[in-house]
Design a protein around this ligand. Structure first.
Ligand SMILES: [Mn+2]
Length: 272
């Protein structure tokens, strides 16, 4: 049985507040909200977007995307500034400490009914049970007093291995949830390629099409991959439709899979 209340999952907002406000008008007001991550950065109103999502209190849950992790690492003094970052307004805000504390209390993996929500992927090598344990491990570290220390070496292309410890283990877990797009037939990620499927080397496939993937019978919802567009198959929902790039902001109401979508103005040029 599903929970009685519906849940609406919302794609990558990237600080596009007007599009989010328009979308929210379409969503039933008693739905719970799950933001699939990357609510901030790149777009024009990251601070106001973060404040709005936090103001929903128990109604909203945030899945941590690579841009939320980048915010946390930067707040921890370990961030590598990117010329397209628009997160300074958050870090300089009077309520920055509360906003950062709220972000680090959120989830790499969240479950509702038969659905599992992650920002980018579940590493094909992980069973659902293992993924839950690994997400929990990082979430506990982010919620702890030593979270800034924990994030000091967050950036790197580490691949998962059961033997990993320390910062390489943290990086491989974060990559497995927030950065994977393409993998080979054994499920090993390739972090270099970000295109839509079709322009990619023949030995690579989208992670969710990998025959070796251990979660292929689980229902997984994710964002992160704007060039993929809206995907809905028996077990997979992908809903980053590139609002910051001038695409659309998409939400899907569960369990009935009703789609809400608003066309979005372009704030970022993907080729700039
Ligand atoms: Mn992302």
């Amino acid at each position: 049985m599903q929970n009685e209340q519906n849940v609406t999952v919302i794609g990558d907002v990237h600080g596009c507040l007007p599009s989010l406000e328009k979308l929210l008008k379409l969503i039933p007001s008693d739905d719970r909200l799950i933001f699939i991550g990357d609510i901030i950065n790149r777009g024009p109103q990251s601070l106001a977007t973060l404040r709005l999502v936090r103001s929903f209190g128990d109604r909203a849950t945030l899945i941590l995307g690579n841009h939320e992790m980048h915010l946390l690492a930067t707040a921890a003094g370990a961030g590598k500034a990117n010329r397209r970052d628009t997160i300074d307004e958050i870090l300089n805000a009077p309520d920055a400490p509360e906003l950062i504390d709220w972000v680090r209390s959120q989830y790499l993996l969240y479950q509702w009914g038969d659905y599992t929500f992650v920002h980018g992927a579940i590493d094909p090598a992980w069973s659902l049970k293992k993924a839950k344990n690994l997400a929990h491990e990082v979430q506990q570290a982010l919620r702890g007093d030593d979270w800034k220390e924990y994030l000091q070496e967050m950036y790197g292309k580490d691949l998962w291995d059961d033997e990993l410890t320390g910062s390489a283990r943290m990086r491989a877990i974060l990559n497995g949830f927030t950065r994977i797009r393409f993998v080979d037939k054994k499920g090993v990620p390739d972090y270099k390629i970000k295109d839509a499927p079709g322009n990619t080397p023949k030995h690579l496939m989208p992670w969710f099409e990998c025959p070796a993937r251990k979660t292929k019978k689980d229902n997984v919802v994710f964002g992160h991959w704007s060039t993929l567009g809206l995907v809905m198959t028996e077990h997979v929902i992908a809903l980053d439709t590139g609002c910051v790039w001038g695409g659309a902001l998409t939400a899907v109401e569960l369990p009935q899979r009703k789609v809400f979508q608003v066309k979005a103005p372009q704030y970022c040029d993907p080729f700039a």
